[in-house]
Design a binder for this molecule. Structure first.
Ligand code: NAP
Length: 256
């Protein structure tokens, strides 16, 4: 990494769910662009490993344990970041889970777990970050939606509801905080090869092949496929883009 030349030099970013998968790839992209990154997840070992991996390639990175379902835990994450770095410029609300069950057998606890982890967490993170971004005169909030922000599946009622909700939340925060020069956007990844979708491939017969057949690019996505859009949405290059939901899907959602 070249010292001092990245478009995000001097910026400070939090990536929830940054210990693996898309979050780790986006944290790497932000760090390569010059940002100091804080990766957050529930597993202390995993966040420490992720931060050490980022530091090994020259990044300024730390891991913080956080459960995004808990308001106090999210508030502590933001406080720890601001205490260490004196600012918070970029928040990536990425932590997410899926519980694959038919809607008639999904328990209400399971419904709430998915909604709390994937959707309410983004409001908690954004609200904790807001005063710091407002005081600094601007900021960037990036929320992770999905193809399930647009489509449904028999096993994805809670997940799809949470991801469609992310788009509505993104637009509302974007409108509310545009006067503060805070841009809020969503990334809608297609099918990317991570631990999360490995579960889907194991539980949903034929899914791996169907995704390749349905994706114009003819392949599954790789976590690094979302790193570039995260850097763009975190940088000054996207200052007039807010409330958008941008697919990164190899053409999946373009195919009629
Ligand atoms: P993943 O590999 O399963 O990683 C999920 C991350 O979230 C882990 O770091 C996990 O760490 C963390 N996490 C889960 N629950 C958490 C909680 N309560 N508090 C804090 N951290 C938590 O998933 P992924 O595939 O990278 O997905 C990342 C995001 O992209 C999710 O929002 C997902 O819905 C979205 N997405 C993924 C795809 C895809 O194809 N992979 C497609 C569309 C959208 P701990 O378990 O240690 O907490």
């Amino acid at each position: 990494m070249t010292e001092g030349t990245g478009v995000l030099q001097g910026r400070v970013a939090i990536v929830t769910g940054g210990s693996r998968g898309l979050g780790f790839a986006m944290a790497g992209g932000l760090a390569r662009a010059g940002a100091s990154v804080v990766v957050a997840a529930r597993s202390a070992d995993a966040v420490e490993r992720a931060a050490a991996g980022l530091r090994a390639s020259g990044a300024d990175a730390i891991g913080v344990v956080c459960d995004v379902r808990e308001e106090s835990s999210v508030a502590s994450l933001v406080t720890a970041t601001v205490e260490r770095h004196g600012r918070l410029d970029i928040l990536v609300n990425n932590a997410g889970i899926n519980i694959r069950k038919a809607p008639d057998v999904l328990s209400m606890d399971e419904w709430r777990e998915v909604i709390d982890t994937n959707l309410t967490s983004a409001l908690l993170g954004a609200r904790a970050a807001y005063p710091h971004m407002k005081a600094a005169g601007g900021g960037k909030i990036i929320n992770l939606g999905s193809m399930f922000s647009r489509f449904g599946a028999s096993y994805a009622a809670a997940y799809a509801a949470s991801k469609a909700g992310i788009v509505g939340l993104t637009k509302s925060l974007a409108v509310a905080w545009a006067p503060d020069d805070i841009q809020v956007n969503a990334i809608l990844p297609g099918w990317i090869d991570t631990d999360l979708t490995r579960g889907s491939r194991e539980q949903v017969p034929g899914l791996a092949e169907r995704v390749v057949a349905r994706t114009p690019a003819g392949r599954w996505g790789r976590p690094d496929d979302v790193a570039g859009i995260a850097v763009f949405l975190a940088s000054d290059a996207s200052d007039f883009i807010t409330g958008a939901a941008i697919p990164v899907d190899g053409g999946y959602s373009a195919l009629g």
